[in-house]
Ligand binder design. Sequence first.
Ligand code: HEC
Length: 109
Amino acid sequence: MKKSIKTLTIRLFMTSLLALAATAVSAADSEAGKIKAITCTGCHGIANYNNVYPVYKVPKIGGQNEKYLISALQAYKNGDRNHLTMQAHAASLNQQDIADIAAWFASLK
Ligand code: HEC
């Protein structure tokens, strides 16, 4: 059982890597952003905008203004905005990722 979950996780990971590699486009792509935002939704839960991990107060970002999301993520990435968790997340995103993820969250109602 444990092993199959691990295998599944690895397969899922590889699939998302392939999906990322396949979307080397310059326009913001909210469908790509949806995939890239999977790790974000553990905290920025989407279904009812509650966070999944109750220890944190997590801002609701679904439906947030796209330009605001981009600037917030860039501020974490370049250290203008201080929050260790979000800095760690933003550091791993390139400009395309940020644009795609912002497009995805902005498209949510
Ligand atoms: C471990 C929980 C966690 C994860 C995972 C996480 N975030 Fe956050 N996020 C937070 C918290 C907590 C804050 C509030 C930080 C602060 O006070 O600046 C925040 C803030 C933000 C903000 C600023 C919101 C605002 O109203 O200014 C954005 C945008 C954001 N996160 C996007 C993301 C994206 C995109 C991802 C995935 C790449 C992500 N977050 C992953 C916890 C998380």
